[in-house]
Design a protein around this ligand. Structure first.
Ligand code: C2E
Ligand code: CA
Ligand code: CA
Ligand code: CA
Length: 275
């Protein structure tokens, strides 16, 4: 509905005030949640398409709000980024996830999302290394996922921080690959270990020629550069089979498992799977 005239403007203003209040509240409540059990990671398996084995888990932040229930990360991560709360939030998720990951058998890996805004902070590499070493998780078992848009905005700073982390033995993954405008430039300028093909391509690949062709090209690119490739958002067997056929190394998505609590990861690692 297109609002018009004076009443339309008043409506628009009300709406803006409402949104600002809501954001303020989320920010206040999030600030209180940091450091408590209300904020915790769940884990989604990343599956080797050749063997069907679980090669690692991606940690995904969850927030259970006392009144609002479970708030999705797409709502609270932006609030954390805009308010500076993201540093504390990331420390907490990283620490807790590393502690959990220590209980998985070698060489099961852990992937953690690192927000773009943190890459501007020169102390980031040091802070991450301290946390991981505190928990005793071997550095090579940790992978940090960075969205490519992140890297665009402040490329030189990002390159230094990521370089230092990679030097220390931590793996770096380029997340949501294919959604940014300058993907190819980044692949030439920084040495990644993994690229994660964005869910939007996988979603359409078995229905649409163009998406299938793009996925094939991305897989060829990854192969040529000697990178591991994770297909995100694999939801059915047809997608898995197509990816397998095209030589994709790993898959992640609801077809294999939804994100689960730590206890469930232990069961997933012990179980037999027909995926
Ligand atoms: P992402 O890093 O791209 O994570 C993958 C998202 O896709 C997750 O959503 C996951 O639950 C969802 N997903 C996985 N498989 C499927 C599938 O087969 N179909 C569909 N439709 N979705 C699938 P989630 O957990 O809601 O997280 C959303 C985003 O929030 C993440 O996208 C990431 O950008 C951000 N995020 C989550 N946790 C953290 C965190 O600890 N730190 C930071 N900086 N960002 C985080
Ligand atoms: Ca991710
Ligand atoms: Ca992603
Ligand atoms: Ca995403």
């Amino acid at each position: 509905v297109k609002a018009s005239g004076v009443s339309g403007f008043a409506f628009f203003q009300d709406e803006m005030v409402r949104e600002a209040r809501e954001r303020d509240r989320l920010q206040r409540d999030l600030s209180a949640a940091i450091g408590t059990e209300a904020l915790f990671p769940v884990y989604q398996p990343i599956v080797c398409l050749k063997t069907g084995g679980i090669r690692g888990f991606e940690a995904l932040a969850r927030w259970s709000h006392p009144d609002l229930g479970s708030v999705p990360p797409d709502r609270f991560i932006p609030v954390a980024e805009d308010s500076g709360l993201i540093a504390g939030l990331t420390d907490q998720i990283l620490r807790r996830a590393c502690e959990d990951a220590r209980n998985w058998p070698e060489p099961i890996g852990l992937s953690v999302n690192i927000s773009p805004v943190l890459l501007r902070d020169e102390g980031l590499a040091e802070r991450i290394l301290t946390i991981v070493q505190d928990t005793g998780l071997a550095l090579y078992r940790l992978e940090l996922e960075i969205t490519e848009n992140a890297i665009v905005r402040d490329f030189e700073a990002a390159k230094d921080v990521l370089g230092a982390l990679r030097e220390a033995g931590i793996r770096i993954a380029l997340d949501d690959f294919g959604t940014g405008a300058t993907s190819l430039f980044h692949l030439r300028s920084f040495r990644f270990d993994v690229i994660k093909i964005d869910r939007s391509f996988i979603d359409r690949m078995t229905r649409e020629q163009e998406s299938a062709a793009i996925v094939r090209a991305l897989l060829g690119l990854g192969k040529g550069l000697g990178l591991e490739i994770v297909a995100e958002g694999v939801e059915d067997r047809a997608q898995k089979l197509a990816l397998q056929q095209e030589g994709c190394t790993d898959g992640q998505g609801y077809f294999f498992s939804r994100p689960v609590a730590f206890d469930e990861t232990v069961r997933l690692l012990r179980g037999k799977h027909d995926w």
